[in-house]
Design a protein around this ligand. Structure first.
Ligand code: PEP
Ligand code: MN
Length: 360
């Protein structure tokens, strides 16, 4: 990393340089973990090792982590590299087992931070134990829920809480696996400037080619650290293969980051325009995706009309549809003329699409 001069420090970031956490998405075997972590340590650029032992999977039957068997392996890499370790806990029992094996920092996953019952249960298990906790943003874009999860850990007496920005789930998103919505992380920083903010570009991007840009953006925004999934053989990783990188690629990524001189005022200025523009890009992208879905439904309707011999243009339906939209638009400050043009354009294209189906 090139030199920089931000003076922001906190319990997590003791120097000017952002803290780097790296390690595999999932701990698979002892050998995989040891080889990966030795490679990571050899870069000399990493401050903490991560490993997922209990994996929250979308579908049942997928690899769900090696479980408690992985904890002695994590302990081993901690001893052999001299680096502290962090593990995800999704249950009170997980947190207790982490403590028993000397896990230095516990992280709370996005599918857990979304659930106040789970968060509270884990917090209770940590009452009176001052282990640092990093709370990932909940999967849905809800700033209050994120702040609330942090609060639950603070209320049981955890002094060192930090947060990880890993992006937000969104079905229409095509570029990022989890849309960053940087503004939410910036709003978090405004509310709680003393809480360390770490970026997880791996889960935001879901693919390797975007990692460097997203990491740089986080550094430009004065984030306190980066958590980057790293694997000795990313293509054959048992989980999140597309987004993991080798220790060598990680070393280069960190070396190439530019640590800019940026005062809080600069961050605020960049925040206002760039982030609004990014929001516009994302919303336009959503509109396009919605239009694609709408046309696909129109084609299905075309198919139905063909089979049942119904005419394409149904005047009554069109009237009802435009009337309701104009009323709704007017209530939100959109002109009737705009709604009319907009719906007409969509309707024309729908009819074209249906005609193609009926001709076909
Ligand atoms: C992970 O870090 O491997 C993970 C499961 O992340 P998230 O909770 O952000 O999906
Ligand atoms: Mn992962």
């Amino acid at each position: 990393m090139e030199t920089q001069s931000s003076s922001k420090t906190n319990w997590f970031r003791k120097t000017d340089t952002p803290v780097v956490i790296a390690g595999p998405c999932s701990v698979e075997t002892e050998e995989q973990l040891v080889e990966t972590c030795k490679g990571i340590a050899a870069t000399g650029k990493v401050d903490m090792l991560r490993g997922g032992i209990w994996k929250p999977r979308t579908s049942a039957g997928n690899f769900e982590g090696v479980g408690v068997a992985g904890l002695p392996w994590m302990k081993r890499v901690k001893e052999e590299t001299g680096l502290p370790i962090t593990v995800e806990a999704a249950r009170a029992g997980h947190a207790e087992m982490c403590l028993a094996f000397g896990v230095d920092v516990i992280w709370i996953g996005a599918r857990t931070s979304v659930n106040p019952f789970s968060v509270q249960e884990i917090a209770e298990a940590l009452r009176g134990v001052d282990v640092p906790v990093l709370v990932k943003n909940p999967i849905n874009p809800d700033l209050k829920l994120w702040l609330g999860a942090v609060d639950r850990f603070e209320k049981v007496g955890i002094k060192n809480v930090g947060v990880i920005h890993r992006g937000f789930s969104n079905t229409g998103e095509k570029v990022y696996r989890n849309r960053p919505q940087w503004q939410i992380a910036l709003d978090f920083m405004k509310e709680r400037p003393e809480v360390p903010m770490i970026c997880d570009p791996s889960h935001i991007c879901g693919r390797r080619d975007l990692l460097a840009d997203v990491s740089q953006k986080a550094v430009d925004l004065s984030y306190d650290g980066l958590m980057i999934e790293t694997h000795r053989d990313p293509d054959n990783a048992w989980t999140d293969a597309k987004q993991q990188i080798t220790p060598e690629v990680l070393g280069k990524l960190i070396t190439d980051l530019k640590l800019r001189l940026m005062s809080e005022g600069d961050v605020a200025a960049q925040d206002s325009l760039n982030f609004l523009r990014q929001d516009i890009n994302e919303i336009d992208n959503d509109i396009l995706n919605l239009l694609v879905s709408r046309m696909s439904v129109a084609r299905k309707i075309g198919d139905y009309k063909k089979k049942n011999d119904i005419t394409i243009y149904q005047a009554k339906r069109w009237e009802e549809l435009t009337k309701a939209a104009k009323e709704k638009g007017a209530a939100e400050g959109l002109s009737e003329e705009f709604i009319d043009k907009f719906l007409r354009a969509i309707h024309d294209e729908s009819i074209n699409q249906q005609e193609q189906v009926m001709k076909g």
